[in-house]
Design a protein around this ligand. Structure first.
Ligand SMILES: C[S@@+](CC[C@H](N)C(=O)[O-])C[C@H]1O[C@@H](n2cnc3c(N)ncnc32)[C@H](O)[C@@H]1O
Length: 270
C-alpha cells in the first residue's frame, strides 16, 4: 500500500527528450486521448488539463462514476510513456455530489499512484466571489442537514519517475514574486465566463499560466488531452512553450485552433 512512498526518486531526470513531428505541434487535433499512439514516447514535459466533469454538461455522455474513472485511467495510462522522465501533470478537478459527496480527487489520486505517478502536492483553487452562489443550503439555519457549498476546486500535481527535472540548457521564466506566490498551496483567482469563451467549462488563463511558470522551462512541450476551447495551448504560446492538444468535439477543436492561430498571427503581424 505504501510502496509508492519508498519508490520516490529525487535525482535529476535523464535527458531523453524525443521530438514531436512538426505537423502535430502547436495544434489541437480531433482525437480521442485514450489513444496516444501518434505521440512519440518521452516527448511531453508537462500536462495541464481539466477532464470532463461527470455531471450533465453539453459534452458529457453522462457517464457513470465507474465509466468516468475508467476514462481517466485509460487516458493517463496512455500519457505515462509519453512524458519525459521527471515530466509533470497538473489535473484540475472539482468534487461533486451531495447525496453522497463524491471525492473524485481521492479516486483520481489513487488511480495515478497505481499507474506509477508520484504525487507532488495538492493545490486548492479558491474561486472566491466568482464561484457562483449556490442556494442549496440543505437544512436552512439548522444542524439537521446543512450542505456545504464548494467555492473551491483542486489541482493535483504529479511527476513521472523523479521529482527533479534535468534543466540542461533550458531557462526558467518564473519571477521571484511569482515563485513566492505560486508555491503556496492555496491559489485565489476568478473563474472565466463560459459564454464569453464559447465552451461550457473553460478554465482561466491564470490557472494554466501558474502551472506552466512553476512546473516547466521555456521551450518545453505542454500537452492537454482534454483541450476544450484551447486555453492550455494559448497560454503555452504566450509563455514561449510549445503545445499539443487532443479534443473529441469538432466545434471545440475549431475554437481551440482559432484562438491559438489568431494569437500567433497577432504575434507575427500585430
Ligand atoms: C472540462 S473540458 C476542458 C476545458 C478546457 N480546459 C478549456 O479551458 O476550455 C473537457 C473537454 O474534454 C473533451 N473530451 C471528453 N472526452 C474526451 C476524450 N476521450 N478525448 C479527448 N477529449 C475529450 C470534451 O469534449 C471537453 O471539451
Amino acid at each position: 500500500m505504501y510502496e509508492h512512498i519508498e519508490k520516490v526518486r529525487t535525482d535529476s531526470s535523464d535527458n531523453i527528450q524525443n521530438t514531436i513531428p512538426p505537423d502535430m505541434i502547436n495544434k489541437t487535433h480531433q482525437s480521442d486521448s485514450r489513444d496516444l499512439s501518434e505521440i512519440p514516447d518521452s516527448s511531453i514535459h508537462l500536462v495541464v488539463t481539466s477532464p470532463p466533469y461527470n455531471s450533465r454538461k453539453l459534452y458529457d455522455d453522462d457517464l457513470t462514476l465507474h465509466e468516468y474513472l475508467s476514462l481517466i485511467k485509460e487516458v493517463f495510462e496512455s500519457i505515462f510513456p509519453k512524458l519525459v522522465d521527471g515530466g509533470r501533470i497538473v489535473i484540475n478537478l472539482a468534487n461533486i455530489g451531495r447525496k453522497p459527496y463524491i471525492p473524485i480527487t481521492d479516486y483520481v489520486s489513487h488511480i495515478f499512484r497505481e499507474i506509477g505517478f508520484v504525487q507532488r502536492g495538492e493545490i486548492i483553487w479558491d474561486k472566491g466571489a466568482s464561484a457562483g452562489s449556490s442556494c442549496a443550503w440543505g437544512s436552512w439555519k439548522s444542524s439537521s442537514n446543512p450542505v456545504l457549498r464548494d467555492v473551491h476546486e483542486y489541482l493535483l500535481v504529479f511527476s513521472k519517475g523523479t521529482l527533479k527535472r534535468h534543466k540542461g540548457e533550458r531557462n526558467d521564466t518564473i519571477s521571484k514574486t511569482e515563485f513566492m506566490e505560486y508555491t503556496k498551496s492555496i491559489w485565489r483567482f476568478n473563474t472565466v465566463s463560459a459564454k464569453k469563451i464559447g465552451h461550457p467549462a473553460p478554465f482561466p488563463e491564470e490557472l494554466v499560466y501558474r502551472c506552466i511558470q512553476l512546473y516547466s522551462f521555456e521551450g518545453d512541450v505542454i500537452f492537454d488531452p482534454f483541450m476544450g476551447s484551447g486555453t492550455t495551448g494559448l497560454v503555452a504560446l504566450k509563455t514561449n512553450r510549445k503545445f499539443l492538444g487532443f479534443e473529441l468535439n469538432r466545434d471545440y477543436v475549431d475554437l481551440a485552433n482559432d484562438r491559438t492561430e489568431l494569437y500567433l498571427l497577432n504575434r507575427k503581424y500585430g
